[in-house]
Design a protein around this ligand. Structure first.
Ligand SMILES: [Zn+2]
Length: 276
């Protein structure tokens, strides 16, 4: 992600400041929902010109080819107000010359991090695949953004350990939660388009000590343990659990022994109508 600056220009004459602020905000939100901007953005009138600061997913993220229909509509309003397109400049010193070629990825996984990067990641390197580069519909791309935002909210609620701690954990760690079902649907959609196995990452925190090694797939009760070469240095995307059939990956429990909540994320026979 590259810190960048957008310069819109001098304040338009005979236009209310609120209207200008709303147009800029709407434009930036469209880029954000389309995966061109990662995380939050800032904008203000500085030294007589309207400017914005945001993290671009890649240097080419604001090329017109990558705009959604909503982004184009907002851009048109910016053009009407300022008389030209905003000019984007990458401010970050370190700009990679090359970016990962996702056509070589052996698999992808859906996982949301707090930095606002795309939740679709390469299973070989962990790198996020900017969603504006995924050839899905504009609304599907926005759904990916909204899912990611919801995941982060749940993660925050769980992490703050308040009254909804376990309810939020259940959303993150059970394959039967609404959040997980929506995520698996998004992953299946992306797999259908990119023709690459796309897994859903299921969080695991509360565990059962040594018995964690033997945890079965929480959807099909199948054996999903993956072992790696002992000499390999393992990273986050070297998932110890992967069910090819259910397209789920998961991690070892962080809290090694906490049987009170360990059942969340374990196989549970469900009533017939939910047992899909
Ligand atoms: Zn399974």
């Amino acid at each position: 992600m590259l810190l960048s600056q957008a310069t819109f220009g001098l304040p338009p004459t005979r236009v209310d400041k609120t209207e200008v602020d709303e147009a800029i905000t709407s434009y930036l939100i469209s880029l954000q929902r389309n995966g061109q901007i990662c995380g939050d953005f800032l904008h203000s009138l500085c030294k007589g010109k309207y400017v914005a600061y945001a993290y671009l997913a890649r240097p080419d993220a604001t090329q017109k080819d990558f705009y959604s229909q909503y982004g184009m509509k907002d851009l048109e309003l910016i053009r009407q107000l300022f008389g030209s397109d905003p000019s984007w400049e990458v401010l970050a010193d370190e700009v990679p010359n090359n970016f990962h070629d996702f056509s070589t990825s052996s698999f992808l996984y859906l996982f949301s991090s707090f930095d606002g990067a795309s939740p679709i990641c390469c299973g070989d390197t962990g790198e996020p695949l900017p969603s504006y580069l995924i050839p899905i519909g504009d609304d599907d791309r926005e759904r990916l953004y909204f899912w990611s935002r919801e995941y982060n909210r749940m993660d925050n609620i769980w992490f703050s350990s308040g009254e909804l701690e376990i309810a939020a954990y259940q959303q993150l760690a059970s394959p039967h939660s609404l959040l997980a079902k929506q995520g698996m649907e998004l992953a299946a959609n992306i797999e259908a388009v990119l023709k690459k196995p796309t897994y859903y990452f299921l969080m695991r925190y509360y565990g059962r000590g040594d018995r964690e090694q033997n945890r079965r797939c929480p959807r099909c009760n199948g054996d999903w343990r993956v072992t790696y070469d002992g000499n390999e240095s393992l990273r986050f995307w070297h998932f110890p659990f992967r069910c090819v059939e259910c397209r789920l990956v998961s991690q070892m429990a962080d809290a090694a022994y906490d049987p009170e909540w360990a059942h969340i994320g374990e196989f549970q026979p469900l009533p017939q109508e939910d047992n899909r």
